[in-house]
Design a binder for this molecule. Sequence first.
Ligand SMILES: NC(=O)c1ccc[n+]([C@@H]2O[C@H](COP(=O)([O-])OP(=O)(O)OC[C@H]3O[C@@H](n4cnc5c(N)ncnc54)[C@H](O)[C@@H]3O)[C@@H](O)[C@H]2O)c1
Length: 269
Amino acid sequence: MSIGTAVVTGGGHGIGRALCRRLHRDGATVVVVDVDAAAAATVAAEVGGVARVVDVADEAALAALVDEVERDIGVIDFFVSNAGVGFGDGESGAISAEGGLNPIDDRWEACWRINVMAHVYAARALVPRMLERGGGHLVSVASAAGLLSQIGDAAYSATKHAAVAFAESLAIDYGHRGINVSVVCPQAVATRMIGIADDSDTLDGGFGGNDVDGIMRAEDVADIIVDKSLDGRFLILTHPQVATYFQRKANDHDRWIGGMQRFREKLQG
Ligand SMILES: NC(=O)c1ccc[n+]([C@@H]2O[C@H](COP(=O)([O-])OP(=O)(O)OC[C@H]3O[C@@H](n4cnc5c(N)ncnc54)[C@H](O)[C@@H]3O)[C@@H](O)[C@H]2O)c1
């Protein structure tokens, strides 16, 4: 399938930026959506696309974006809900309440709205349109933390689980009606989220040196996402080891918790 118009949220940096580049190479008109106006403009200029400054946590703004793109640019064939945030637990661990992101100053609220509700808002705006025209791709970038858990970030883990569950519901309800739903569950990817600057030559220090199975480059992750989504895959694992960990967790959840407790101790010295 050739992609006419693609929208990538969080397209200004990291995995989203790499997705914009890949989709442009595939011939798509790319809409780069981000709260970082300068980054969105830079990526849009590079890929000959358009930049839109939208906070994905704002349903009305996201719906207006979909309206405007479909009216003025083209029907959206490929929409990636990629924007995401994680803040890490404070010193009190999983029960931490402090920290977050302006203007949403509670970390749980910010994670909930950006990592989960933004995917719901995008689907609400797009599913009726895609059903009417008989197809489209909805891609949710969740995380391996959505299948397993991110040690040291309870809000991130819980909301990424919710993003996976929401994608499952979308696939169950609409996957047989022409809409291809994919959910992406990567481990460490070299982006600002794990402390690596865009275009860094080195992966040193990424994830505080605690990545489990290596740090992937955003460009490689973007290629896997687009290829597998176009292949019609639901679950997209960029790090193949995640499938094994997920099976182990399903086989014996209690034993898996024991292993995670030991891993947490090791990380914390
Ligand atoms: N980097 C990793 O190791 C990793 C691993 C698993 C999953 N992920 C997920 O991949 C996705 C992309 O993250 P990344 O690693 O490229 O991080 P990143 O920080 O480089 O990029 C995230 C982008 O989202 C934008 N953004 C944040 N809040 C927004 C909002 N409310 N509205 C619009 N845009 C917003 C940011 O400005 C930024 O451009 C996230 O959902 C993240 O949880 C990342």
